[in-house]
Design a protein around this ligand. Sequence first.
Ligand SMILES: NC(=O)c1ccc[n+]([C@@H]2O[C@H](COP(=O)([O-])OP(=O)(O)OC[C@H]3O[C@@H](n4cnc5c(N)ncnc54)[C@H](O)[C@@H]3O)[C@@H](O)[C@H]2O)c1
Length: 369
Amino acid sequence: MSLEHSTWAINESISVDIAVGPGARIVLPRLVREAGRDYTSILIVADSGVPGRFVEDMVEAFTREGFRVEKLVVKGGEKAKSINTVVGLWEWLLKVGADRWSLLVAYGGGAVSDAAGFAAATYMRGIDWATVPTTLLSMADAAAGGKTAIDFNAKNIIGAFHHPRFIVADTEHLETLDERNYVSGLAEVVKHALLEGEWFLDWLRRNREAILARSHAEASKMIRMSLDTKMKIVARDYRERKGDRMLLNLGHTVAHAVEKATGYTVSHGEAVAIGLVVEAYAATRITGLPRSSIEEIRETLSLFGLPTRPPSNISADEAVKLMRLDKKRRGDKLTLPLLEAIGRPVLVDLRLDEAEKVLAEAWREAGNA
Ligand SMILES: NC(=O)c1ccc[n+]([C@@H]2O[C@H](COP(=O)([O-])OP(=O)(O)OC[C@H]3O[C@@H](n4cnc5c(N)ncnc54)[C@H](O)[C@@H]3O)[C@@H](O)[C@H]2O)c1
């Protein structure tokens, strides 16, 4: 199968080379060479959850291209996003003699990528980095957009915008993911489909079996389409200043409340799935989203085994409190991304009391449906 390769210009000075497909990890060294940047060394930060043989393939490929390569394995998962990990990475970068012409390669899930990307953003005021996402969520979402962060008393509170120069999504990594992790990643894909248009949602439904079977061809196409949707929005607002980027938070206001209320036993993707449905109910009241669209969203999520009802033991009032809408307020208004139609997301300004009321009603309605 051939690899898809393209270059996305974020602005005049930042462009990102993207390769998607089985075996893409072996292609990165060639992409790096062809990009014409004479990197002095390649410094790979590998997630411990990723089978070592995959990472070794990349080490060998870089070595064959004549690069000096160093590798460090860090423990994968959310705990990687700590200041201790970043200090460890800074120490390692100094020890192996990383300079401003080194390329750091973050090889792993979204957590390792966020931490390693942050180390790249801060070491010597920022060195180039590449990301090799290895979970579906990181391939279809986290890899793009240039947000890097660690958790510090609160999630993602310390971070920087630092776009990777290369994104290499190798679908062979999907083979070792557990089912729940894979399906959770699909929720962000559905979110991108809702932002993009009916055709994307239809495509997902039509290719359900191949997607669930993790077929390389369909998974690659799905990741490609997902990344394109995200990059298009990011390119309009690459440092989250104009507001467009807030569209990517579709479903997330409610999702954060679901995660907190359940003590994070519901995964992020599962919470996003529920959030997309509850926020669709809110949209019918605010933007006039047709009720038939709710059914379409619900049906698509269910086809992939994702939940669509808020947990019944959490009351609407409790959920709304956990949404921390007051924190999102600017002056007396807050802005929510909502769908006007599938493929037509809009940012809506609401008063705090209005937002609380409509989200509570939507929570109840989604629970009773
Ligand atoms: N930067 C962004 O724009 C952005 C966007 C969305 C999410 N995120 C962040 O991403 C993180 C979640 O990322 P995630 O869902 O990838 O989870 P994760 O990085 O926490 O990884 C989950 C587990 O899967 C393991 N793993 C990774 N690849 C594997 C593979 N191929 N096979 C088997 N196991 C593998 C990891 O070691 C870890 O134990 C969160 O911290 C979130 O904040 C960032």
